[in-house]
Design a protein around this ligand. Structure first.
Ligand SMILES: Nc1ncnc2c1ncn2[C@@H]1O[C@H](COP(=O)(O)OP(=O)(O)OP(=O)(O)O)[C@@H](O)[C@H]1O
Ligand SMILES: [Mg+2]
Length: 327
Protein backbone atom coordinates (compact mmCIF):
# COMPACT_ATOMS: atom_id res chain seq x y z
CA UNK A 1 0.00 0.00 0.00
CA UNK A 2 1.58 3.24 -1.15
CA UNK A 3 0.31 6.51 0.29
CA UNK A 4 -0.60 9.03 -2.37
CA UNK A 5 -1.27 12.76 -1.88
CA UNK A 6 -3.29 12.67 -5.12
CA UNK A 7 -5.77 10.28 -3.45
CA UNK A 8 -6.83 12.27 -0.34
CA UNK A 9 -9.95 10.15 0.18
CA UNK A 10 -7.99 6.90 0.39
CA UNK A 11 -5.40 8.56 2.62
CA UNK A 12 -8.11 9.86 4.96
CA UNK A 13 -9.73 6.41 5.13
CA UNK A 14 -6.39 4.84 5.96
CA UNK A 15 -5.62 7.35 8.74
CA UNK A 16 -9.12 6.95 10.20
CA UNK A 17 -8.93 3.16 10.08
CA UNK A 18 -5.67 3.28 12.00
CA UNK A 19 -7.19 5.67 14.53
CA UNK A 20 -4.79 8.51 13.68
CA UNK A 21 -7.68 10.71 12.54
CA UNK A 22 -11.03 10.82 14.37
CA UNK A 23 -13.89 9.18 12.47
CA UNK A 24 -15.37 12.56 11.57
CA UNK A 25 -12.06 14.37 11.06
CA UNK A 26 -11.54 15.53 7.48
CA UNK A 27 -8.31 16.29 5.64
CA UNK A 28 -8.46 19.90 4.47
CA UNK A 29 -5.03 20.09 2.87
CA UNK A 30 -1.98 18.00 2.02
CA UNK A 31 1.43 19.55 1.42
CA UNK A 32 5.10 18.66 1.19
CA UNK A 33 6.69 19.77 4.49
CA UNK A 34 10.20 20.25 3.09
CA UNK A 35 12.90 18.81 0.86
CA UNK A 36 13.82 15.13 1.24
CA UNK A 37 15.26 12.51 -1.08
CA UNK A 38 14.75 9.15 0.52
CA UNK A 39 11.13 8.96 1.65
CA UNK A 40 7.56 10.00 0.93
CA UNK A 41 6.77 12.70 3.50
CA UNK A 42 3.54 14.69 3.77
CA UNK A 43 1.97 17.29 6.05
CA UNK A 44 -1.72 16.50 6.58
CA UNK A 45 -3.94 19.36 7.67
CA UNK A 46 -7.38 19.01 9.29
CA UNK A 47 -9.62 21.67 10.83
CA UNK A 48 -7.86 21.40 14.18
CA UNK A 49 -4.31 20.13 13.66
CA UNK A 50 -1.52 19.01 11.38
CA UNK A 51 0.40 15.73 11.25
CA UNK A 52 3.52 14.58 9.45
CA UNK A 53 3.14 11.25 7.63
CA UNK A 54 6.36 9.58 6.46
CA UNK A 55 6.49 6.38 4.41
CA UNK A 56 9.61 4.51 3.33
CA UNK A 57 9.45 2.43 0.19
CA UNK A 58 11.68 -0.16 -1.44
CA UNK A 59 13.36 2.56 -3.50
CA UNK A 60 14.72 6.08 -3.07
CA UNK A 61 11.76 8.45 -3.49
CA UNK A 62 13.61 10.97 -5.64
CA UNK A 63 15.32 8.27 -7.76
CA UNK A 64 12.86 5.35 -7.95
CA UNK A 65 15.31 3.25 -9.97
CA UNK A 66 17.63 3.09 -6.92
CA UNK A 67 16.55 0.36 -4.47
CA UNK A 68 16.58 1.06 -0.71
CA UNK A 69 15.55 -0.99 2.34
CA UNK A 70 11.76 -0.70 2.53
CA UNK A 71 11.45 -0.94 6.31
CA UNK A 72 13.79 1.92 7.23
CA UNK A 73 10.86 3.97 8.58
CA UNK A 74 10.28 1.22 11.15
CA UNK A 75 13.86 1.49 12.38
CA UNK A 76 13.38 5.25 12.55
CA UNK A 77 10.13 4.75 14.50
CA UNK A 78 11.83 2.45 16.99
CA UNK A 79 14.46 5.12 17.55
CA UNK A 80 11.77 7.73 18.33
CA UNK A 81 10.09 5.24 20.66
CA UNK A 82 13.32 4.70 22.54
CA UNK A 83 13.68 8.44 23.12
CA UNK A 84 10.34 8.60 24.97
CA UNK A 85 11.88 7.72 28.34
CA UNK A 86 14.57 10.39 28.11
CA UNK A 87 12.94 13.83 28.24
CA UNK A 88 16.08 15.78 27.26
CA UNK A 89 16.26 13.79 24.00
CA UNK A 90 12.52 13.46 23.37
CA UNK A 91 12.01 17.21 23.65
CA UNK A 92 14.61 17.75 20.92
CA UNK A 93 12.77 15.53 18.41
CA UNK A 94 9.22 15.22 17.05
CA UNK A 95 6.92 12.92 19.04
CA UNK A 96 5.97 9.63 17.43
CA UNK A 97 2.16 9.41 17.35
CA UNK A 98 1.93 6.11 15.51
CA UNK A 99 3.69 3.52 13.39
CA UNK A 100 2.38 1.00 10.82
CA UNK A 101 5.08 -1.65 10.63
CA UNK A 102 3.33 -3.48 7.80
CA UNK A 103 3.32 -0.48 5.47
CA UNK A 104 6.40 1.33 6.83
CA UNK A 105 4.50 4.46 7.85
CA UNK A 106 5.24 6.88 10.69
CA UNK A 107 2.89 9.52 12.09
CA UNK A 108 4.99 12.29 13.61
CA UNK A 109 4.37 15.51 15.47
CA UNK A 110 4.53 18.46 13.08
CA UNK A 111 7.34 20.78 14.16
CA UNK A 112 5.82 23.53 12.04
CA UNK A 113 7.11 25.40 9.05
CA UNK A 114 10.74 24.74 9.85
CA UNK A 115 13.85 25.10 7.75
CA UNK A 116 16.71 22.67 8.06
CA UNK A 117 20.29 23.88 8.62
CA UNK A 118 21.58 23.26 5.10
CA UNK A 119 21.63 27.06 4.74
CA UNK A 120 24.95 26.78 6.61
CA UNK A 121 26.58 25.69 3.34
CA UNK A 122 25.88 29.14 1.88
CA UNK A 123 28.64 31.74 2.22
CA UNK A 124 28.90 33.61 5.54
CA UNK A 125 26.05 31.73 7.25
CA UNK A 126 27.00 30.83 10.82
CA UNK A 127 25.70 28.46 13.43
CA UNK A 128 25.26 30.28 16.75
CA UNK A 129 27.39 29.13 19.67
CA UNK A 130 24.18 28.23 21.50
CA UNK A 131 23.09 25.96 18.67
CA UNK A 132 26.58 24.45 18.43
CA UNK A 133 26.45 23.54 22.11
CA UNK A 134 22.86 22.32 21.95
CA UNK A 135 23.62 20.02 19.00
CA UNK A 136 26.71 18.70 20.78
CA UNK A 137 24.71 18.20 24.00
CA UNK A 138 22.13 16.15 22.10
CA UNK A 139 24.90 13.77 20.99
CA UNK A 140 26.39 13.66 24.49
CA UNK A 141 23.00 12.64 25.91
CA UNK A 142 22.20 10.18 23.13
CA UNK A 143 25.59 8.49 23.41
CA UNK A 144 25.32 8.27 27.21
CA UNK A 145 21.78 6.91 27.45
CA UNK A 146 21.70 3.76 25.38
CA UNK A 147 24.81 1.69 25.92
CA UNK A 148 24.40 -1.93 24.91
CA UNK A 149 26.41 -5.00 25.82
CA UNK A 150 25.47 -7.06 22.80
CA UNK A 151 23.97 -6.74 19.33
CA UNK A 152 20.48 -5.22 19.31
CA UNK A 153 18.43 -6.61 16.39
CA UNK A 154 16.01 -3.65 16.48
CA UNK A 155 18.84 -1.36 15.46
CA UNK A 156 21.09 -3.60 13.39
CA UNK A 157 19.94 -1.57 10.37
CA UNK A 158 22.15 -3.80 8.21
CA UNK A 159 20.85 -2.87 4.79
CA UNK A 160 20.97 0.87 5.46
CA UNK A 161 24.48 0.52 6.81
CA UNK A 162 25.53 -1.48 3.76
CA UNK A 163 24.11 1.23 1.52
CA UNK A 164 25.88 3.99 3.44
CA UNK A 165 29.08 1.97 3.70
CA UNK A 166 29.34 1.78 -0.07
CA UNK A 167 28.95 5.54 -0.47
CA UNK A 168 31.16 6.61 2.42
CA UNK A 169 34.06 4.18 2.46
CA UNK A 170 34.25 2.53 -0.97
CA UNK A 171 32.71 4.23 -4.01
CA UNK A 172 34.39 7.66 -3.57
CA UNK A 173 37.84 6.01 -3.68
CA UNK A 174 37.28 3.97 -6.85
CA UNK A 175 39.33 5.24 -9.77
CA UNK A 176 36.69 4.28 -12.33
CA UNK A 177 33.34 4.63 -10.63
CA UNK A 178 31.74 6.20 -13.69
CA UNK A 179 30.86 9.46 -11.90
CA UNK A 180 32.38 12.44 -13.69
CA UNK A 181 33.16 14.93 -10.91
CA UNK A 182 33.63 17.66 -13.53
CA UNK A 183 29.84 17.70 -13.87
CA UNK A 184 29.77 18.92 -10.24
CA UNK A 185 32.54 21.47 -10.77
CA UNK A 186 35.05 21.69 -13.63
CA UNK A 187 38.46 20.55 -12.38
CA UNK A 188 37.12 18.43 -9.51
CA UNK A 189 37.92 15.14 -11.26
CA UNK A 190 41.62 16.09 -11.49
CA UNK A 191 41.60 17.26 -7.88
CA UNK A 192 40.20 13.91 -6.76
CA UNK A 193 42.53 11.70 -8.82
CA UNK A 194 45.48 11.50 -6.37
CA UNK A 195 43.17 10.43 -3.55
CA UNK A 196 41.51 7.77 -5.68
CA UNK A 197 44.97 6.40 -6.48
CA UNK A 198 46.24 6.46 -2.88
CA UNK A 199 46.58 2.84 -1.69
CA UNK A 200 47.21 3.81 1.92
CA UNK A 201 44.15 6.04 2.00
CA UNK A 202 42.06 3.20 0.59
CA UNK A 203 43.38 0.90 3.33
CA UNK A 204 42.42 3.44 5.99
CA UNK A 205 38.98 3.88 4.44
CA UNK A 206 38.52 0.10 4.40
CA UNK A 207 39.43 -0.20 8.09
CA UNK A 208 37.07 2.64 9.04
CA UNK A 209 34.38 0.99 6.94
CA UNK A 210 34.81 -2.30 8.80
CA UNK A 211 34.39 -0.43 12.06
CA UNK A 212 31.24 1.23 10.73
CA UNK A 213 29.79 -2.18 9.84
CA UNK A 214 30.71 -3.88 13.11
CA UNK A 215 28.35 -3.69 16.09
CA UNK A 216 29.28 -1.10 18.70
CA UNK A 217 28.07 -0.18 22.17
CA UNK A 218 26.50 3.21 21.56
CA UNK A 219 23.22 4.07 19.87
CA UNK A 220 24.01 6.60 17.13
CA UNK A 221 21.80 8.95 15.15
CA UNK A 222 23.72 7.84 12.08
CA UNK A 223 23.13 10.88 9.84
CA UNK A 224 24.01 13.82 12.08
CA UNK A 225 24.42 16.64 9.58
CA UNK A 226 22.61 19.97 8.87
CA UNK A 227 19.86 18.23 6.84
CA UNK A 228 18.79 16.42 10.03
CA UNK A 229 18.63 19.59 12.15
CA UNK A 230 15.53 21.78 12.05
CA UNK A 231 15.16 25.39 13.09
CA UNK A 232 11.66 25.65 14.60
CA UNK A 233 9.69 28.18 16.61
CA UNK A 234 10.25 25.96 19.66
CA UNK A 235 14.01 25.73 19.16
CA UNK A 236 16.49 23.54 17.33
CA UNK A 237 15.29 19.97 16.74
CA UNK A 238 16.78 16.76 15.39
CA UNK A 239 14.95 14.56 12.86
CA UNK A 240 15.48 11.64 10.48
CA UNK A 241 17.36 8.94 12.46
CA UNK A 242 16.74 6.33 9.71
CA UNK A 243 20.48 5.46 9.59
CA UNK A 244 20.70 4.83 13.36
CA UNK A 245 22.66 1.83 14.68
CA UNK A 246 24.80 0.70 17.60
CA UNK A 247 28.28 1.77 16.63
CA UNK A 248 31.23 4.00 17.48
CA UNK A 249 30.26 7.33 19.07
CA UNK A 250 33.17 8.83 17.14
CA UNK A 251 31.18 8.42 13.91
CA UNK A 252 28.33 10.83 14.83
CA UNK A 253 30.64 13.54 16.14
CA UNK A 254 33.06 12.99 13.23
CA UNK A 255 30.28 13.52 10.69
CA UNK A 256 28.99 16.60 12.49
CA UNK A 257 32.45 18.20 12.57
CA UNK A 258 33.02 17.40 8.88
CA UNK A 259 29.87 19.28 7.91
CA UNK A 260 30.73 22.29 10.06
CA UNK A 261 34.12 22.39 8.34
CA UNK A 262 32.59 22.13 4.85
CA UNK A 263 30.19 24.90 5.90
CA UNK A 264 33.28 27.02 6.76
CA UNK A 265 32.27 27.58 10.36
CA UNK A 266 34.83 29.57 12.40
CA UNK A 267 37.14 27.93 14.99
CA UNK A 268 35.00 29.32 17.83
CA UNK A 269 32.09 27.18 16.62
CA UNK A 270 34.19 24.06 15.97
CA UNK A 271 35.73 24.42 19.43
CA UNK A 272 32.35 25.04 21.06
CA UNK A 273 31.19 21.65 19.74
CA UNK A 274 34.37 19.82 20.73
CA UNK A 275 34.33 21.35 24.20
CA UNK A 276 30.63 20.75 24.83
CA UNK A 277 30.57 17.14 23.61
CA UNK A 278 31.34 14.59 26.32
CA UNK A 279 31.85 11.16 24.82
CA UNK A 280 31.34 7.79 26.48
CA UNK A 281 34.28 6.11 28.29
CA UNK A 282 37.11 5.33 25.88
CA UNK A 283 36.05 7.96 23.32
CA UNK A 284 38.95 8.32 20.90
CA UNK A 285 39.34 11.74 19.30
CA UNK A 286 41.86 10.41 16.76
CA UNK A 287 39.19 8.03 15.49
CA UNK A 288 36.69 10.90 15.49
CA UNK A 289 39.09 12.89 13.32
CA UNK A 290 39.40 9.99 10.89
CA UNK A 291 35.62 9.83 10.49
CA UNK A 292 35.67 13.61 9.96
CA UNK A 293 38.32 13.21 7.26
CA UNK A 294 36.48 10.43 5.45
CA UNK A 295 33.15 12.30 5.57
CA UNK A 296 34.72 15.43 4.05
CA UNK A 297 36.30 13.36 1.30
CA UNK A 298 33.21 11.37 0.44
CA UNK A 299 31.06 14.48 0.30
CA UNK A 300 33.55 16.29 -1.95
CA UNK A 301 34.51 13.44 -4.29
CA UNK A 302 31.69 10.89 -3.83
CA UNK A 303 28.18 10.63 -5.20
CA UNK A 304 26.22 12.20 -2.30
CA UNK A 305 27.10 15.81 -3.08
CA UNK A 306 25.98 18.72 -0.89
CA UNK A 307 24.69 22.17 -1.93
CA UNK A 308 28.12 23.68 -1.22
CA UNK A 309 29.27 27.04 -2.53
CA UNK A 310 33.01 26.33 -2.27
CA UNK A 311 35.60 27.30 -4.89
CA UNK A 312 37.86 24.60 -6.30
CA UNK A 313 40.75 26.07 -4.27
CA UNK A 314 38.72 25.81 -1.09
CA UNK A 315 37.88 22.19 -1.90
CA UNK A 316 41.59 21.52 -2.48
CA UNK A 317 42.38 22.89 1.00
CA UNK A 318 39.58 20.87 2.58
CA UNK A 319 40.66 17.64 0.86
CA UNK A 320 44.21 18.30 2.05
CA UNK A 321 43.01 18.84 5.59
CA UNK A 322 40.77 15.78 5.43
CA UNK A 323 43.69 13.69 4.17
CA UNK A 324 45.88 14.82 7.06
CA UNK A 325 43.12 13.90 9.53
CA UNK A 326 43.21 10.37 8.17
CA UNK A 327 46.82 9.70 9.21
N1 LIG B 1 8.23 16.35 12.14
C1 LIG B 1 8.41 17.29 11.21
N2 LIG B 1 7.92 18.54 11.38
C2 LIG B 1 8.07 19.50 10.43
N3 LIG B 1 8.72 19.30 9.29
C3 LIG B 1 9.24 18.08 9.05
C4 LIG B 1 9.11 17.02 9.99
N4 LIG B 1 9.72 15.93 9.49
C5 LIG B 1 10.19 16.28 8.28
N5 LIG B 1 9.92 17.58 8.00
C6 LIG B 1 10.29 18.33 6.79
O1 LIG B 1 10.37 17.43 5.71
C7 LIG B 1 11.71 17.35 5.21
C8 LIG B 1 12.04 15.92 4.83
O2 LIG B 1 11.97 15.11 5.99
P1 LIG B 1 13.04 13.99 6.28
O3 LIG B 1 14.42 14.57 6.32
O4 LIG B 1 12.59 13.25 7.49
O5 LIG B 1 12.82 13.09 4.97
P2 LIG B 1 13.82 12.14 4.18
O6 LIG B 1 13.10 11.74 2.96
O7 LIG B 1 14.29 11.07 5.10
O8 LIG B 1 15.00 13.12 3.80
P3 LIG B 1 16.50 12.75 3.32
O9 LIG B 1 16.39 12.27 1.93
O10 LIG B 1 17.21 14.04 3.46
O11 LIG B 1 16.99 11.68 4.24
C9 LIG B 1 12.57 17.92 6.32
O12 LIG B 1 13.75 18.51 5.85
C10 LIG B 1 11.65 18.95 6.94
O13 LIG B 1 11.69 20.16 6.20
MG1 LIG C 1 16.25 10.65 5.56
Amino acid sequence: MLLDAQQPGALQDYLRRRGWLDTNETITDIEKPGEGNMNYTLRIRTATRTLIVKQSREYVEKYPSIPAPANRAVTEGKFYRKMRNVPMLAERMPLLFGMDEEHNVLILQDLGDASDYTFLYQPCRMLSEDDARLLADYLTDLHAQFLSDGPNPDFANREMRTLNHEHIFHYPFLLDNGFDLNTVQPGLQTLAAPYKGDAELKRTARKLGELYLSDGRTLLHGDYYPGSWLQTSTGTKVIDPEFCFYGPAEFDLGVMMAHLMMAEQPPTILNAVLTAYKGPAGFDDILRQRFTGIEIMRRLIGLAQLPLSLSLDKKRDLLDEAHSLLH
